[in-house]
Design a protein around this ligand. Structure first.
Ligand SMILES: Cc1cc2nc3c(=O)[nH]c(=O)nc-3n(C[C@H](O)[C@H](O)[C@H](O)COP(=O)(O)OP(=O)(O)OC[C@H]3O[C@@H](n4cnc5c(N)ncnc54)[C@H](O)[C@@H]3O)c2cc1C
Length: 292
């Protein structure tokens, strides 16, 4: 691969510190564009020149191989612009921290997205791509349009988002070789004091979620059931492999407890899938994005 022609390119960049799991080898090239224009140029270059590439938001839903990534990783963390468009509409760049948005915009304006988005780590771009949320709602339901660069595009284009374009922890408009530059969100005001809602869900997360290095839920919930319940029913809570453990507190969390390797975590993922399939005939699907 050619050397990227950017002053924001870094070779052999360790990825473990960039992920919530703290696991993963180096990226051959890491690109840290400082604004949307640089990001679009970097993306277009990577599509042309790199066999492999992926976009890194805040790394809260990624499990990266210990052997690293032989291609280009494009980081969005410096795309932090936000513009109020009036009437509860905002253009929000993909690198904006989701919890900053909740604290500074959503809660103070009493928007009803508080219940769905409080406590979810990561960037706005990651939240759009994952359609991150809870039982109280998910990101794309407040999204009017997304500014995208897709493979082969010469310039970014706005994609109007409708309800058919997203589903549980997924959406169809941004594939693995596409970049979300920003989103236009239209939030809804509510009568209920959202400061209380925020405090309630922060406390609840502290009570029911294990603290430490992880990616949140490893698996999506299968229809009408919970991955955590199924794994717990297979008596796998507390099972260890190397430095990784299936959390004794919440079975859908696999923790990097003590310098776990990629293979340690993967072994527990496979164990959960095998046992749940044997016992219940259900195929668990990973929510975590695995980069190997
Ligand atoms: C403690 C904890 C609790 C969590 N709780 C929840 C929860 O309640 N609900 C929930 O839904 N999730 C939860 N998660 C998972 C995670 O926080 C979300 O999936 C989050 O939205 C990921 O955002 P990110 O910026 O970290 O994305 P990353 O992990 O960096 O990336 C995730 C995926 O999105 C892609 N991506 C990121 N940004 C862009 C972009 N701008 N353009 C194109 N592709 C992009 C990446 O390539 C990757 O495929 C939790 C995670 C942790 C660690």
């Amino acid at each position: 691969m050619n050397t990227p022609p950017f002053d924001f390119a870094r070779p052999d960049c360790p990825l473990a510190p960039e992920t919530y799991y703290k696991v993963g080898g180096p990226a051959r090239w890491a690109l840290f564009p400082r604004n949307a224009r640089e990001a679009a140029d970097a993306f277009a270059w990577a599509v042309q020149n790199a066999e492999r590439m992926f976009i890194m938001g805040r790394g809260s839903n990624l499990l990266v191989s210990d052997s690293g990534f032989s291609g280009v990783v494009l980081f969005t963390r410096d795309l932090t612009g936000i513009e109020s468009l009036g009437d509860d509409r905002y253009r929000i760049e993909s690198g904006v921290d989701l919890q900053w948005l909740v604290r500074e915009i959503i809660v103070p304006n009493n928007y009803d997205a508080t219940g769905a988005l409080t406590g979810i780590p990561g960037s706005v771009g990651g939240a759009i791509v994952m359609n991150a949320g809870t039982v109280h709602g998910a990101t794309c339901q407040w999204l009017e349009s997304a500014m995208l660069m897709c493979e082969g595009d010469a310039a970014p284009h706005a994609f109007p988002v409708i309800v058919d374009d997203f589903s549980y922890r997924s959406q169809t408009f941004c594939g693995s070789r596409a970049l979300v530059l920003d989103g236009i969100f239209h939030f809804r005001r509510t009568e209920k004091d959202q400061r209380e809602v925020f405090a309630h869900y922060m406390t609840r997360r502290r009570d029911i979620q294990p603290q430490g290095f992880c990616c949140g839920s490893i698996f999506k919930n299968p229809p009408n059931d919970h991955a955590g319940r199924l794994i717990e029913a297979c008596k796998l809570k507390g099972t260890r492999h190397g430095g990784a453990v299936i959390s004794p507190l919440h079975a859908n969390f696999i923790m990097n407890e003590d310098r776990a390797t990629f293979d340690d975590i993967l072994a527990l993922i496979e164990l959960c899938k095998t046992r749940v399939h044997e016992q219940f005939g259900i195929v668990l699907e990973e929510e975590v994005r695995i980069i190997a």
